[in-house]
Ligand binder design. Sequence first.
Ligand code: PLP
Length: 215
Amino acid sequence: MISENISRIKSEIPDHVTLVAVSKYQSLEDTKAVLDAGVNDLGESKVQDFLKKYEVLGDRPRWHFIGHLQKNKVKYIIGKTFLIHSVDSIELIDVIERESKKQGIVTDVLLQLNLAREDSKSGILAENLDNVLEALPGYQFVRVKGLMAMGPLTQNNDKIREIFVELKKIYDRIKEESVDATIQMNYLSMGMTDDYTIAIEEGSNMIRVGRKIFS
Ligand SMILES: *Cc1c(COP(=O)(O)O)cnc(C)c1O
């Protein structure tokens, strides 16, 4: 089932789009099945669950941390992730900087935006983004590689599309204006099971898919 689901998704998406299989809540066995099906990017959203899988699978997959990250847990995941998608405050960046420096590594992250302004979601609000961007050149051990956002919780595809268009505009603007090495717009992480088709149409190059792979 898992391998068939993956084949179907891969046949639908262009080559330049990275498929991150969101393995949160899935057993180790099912997580391994994803790797065996040829998908090497795994998304986890809870530090404890991630560490359990990391113990067994190590650096074989590229690990994407996509859940809300508490500052006191940063130290457990630094050095293990390919990308942290859910960076949403200067305070969190400070902690990632400190923990990365200790290990002598640069940690790649995405800034998560809350464009739909939903209270239930974390993420930087549009009006606060410039403050975060202006602070970034001071960091040596954190590199912003792009942006992440979730579509709004609605069945209305126009509303979903609106948010993705807005995110792409911000991504392009930063890409154009940024001259500092701490800000490189390489990844636009948008699109999940219900909305990745729209997200890709609007410029996503990284989708995070859970249910459609595991059900
Ligand atoms: C759970 C989750 C996903 C995957 O969602 P599906 O609807 O199962 O595809 C993607 N991104 C984030 C941030 C998530 O928490």
